[in-house]
Design a protein around this ligand. Structure first.
Ligand code: ZN
Ligand code: ZN
Length: 167
């Protein structure tokens, strides 16, 4: 069966500064340094766009031969969110992270059977957000919109009767 994984994600935007340079600036303002473990983490994280959780990152980092403590991974993730480089994503059963810097604003669908996360953009959702905000005199800076359910591959695989029900 064809895996449509690539279509689950949007194309990145082009940005003038590297995430590493952005993070260094952010840390300098706070009087902190881009230490070697932090540099390794930023490179690892921004190497590929995906929705990952802290434990996955700890595993990836160890698999690539770096000894970075779990505490450092967690603290760096928090800093990257504060710096606007990463976005925190509360899924049904876990907290995931993904690139915010250099990536277009978007929403998600989460399949609760296979855990697949599908990204999409929809102008209608943004229009509704803006209209609701206007009506309340609220200035929106962002929103969270998550559709949970069962993806097409899982519906096909797990419930052959479902189609008949719909006819
Ligand atoms: Zn699924
Ligand atoms: Zn996403």
């Amino acid at each position: 069966m064809a895996d449509t994984g690539a279509a689950d994600q949007l194309a990145p935007l082009s940005v003038s500064e590297t995430p590493e340079a952005k993070f260094r600036e952010f840390l300098e303002i706070r009087g902190e340094k881009l230490t070697e473990p932090r540099r390794v983490l930023v490179r690892q994280i921004f190497d590929t766009h995906k929705h990952f959780d802290a434990d996955e990152l700890v595993r990836d980092v160890h698999d690539s031969g770096h000894a970075i403590s779990r505490a450092t991974v967690y603290r760096t993730l928090r800093l990257l969110v504060e710096a606007g480089l990463l976005r925190e994503l509360r899924l049904t059963n876990r907290t995931a992270y993904e690139h915010d810097y250099g990536y277009p604003a978007h929403d998600h669908m989460h399949c609760t059977v296979c855990n697949r996360v599908v990204e999409f953009r929809n102008d209608e959702i943004r229009r509704i957000r803006d209209a609701v905000s206007r009506a309340h005199g609220f200035r929106p800076a962002g929103h969270r919109f998550l559709i949970t359910g069962v993806c097409s591959a899982c519906s096909r695989a797990h419930s052959p009767r479902r189609r008949l029900d719909l006819i």
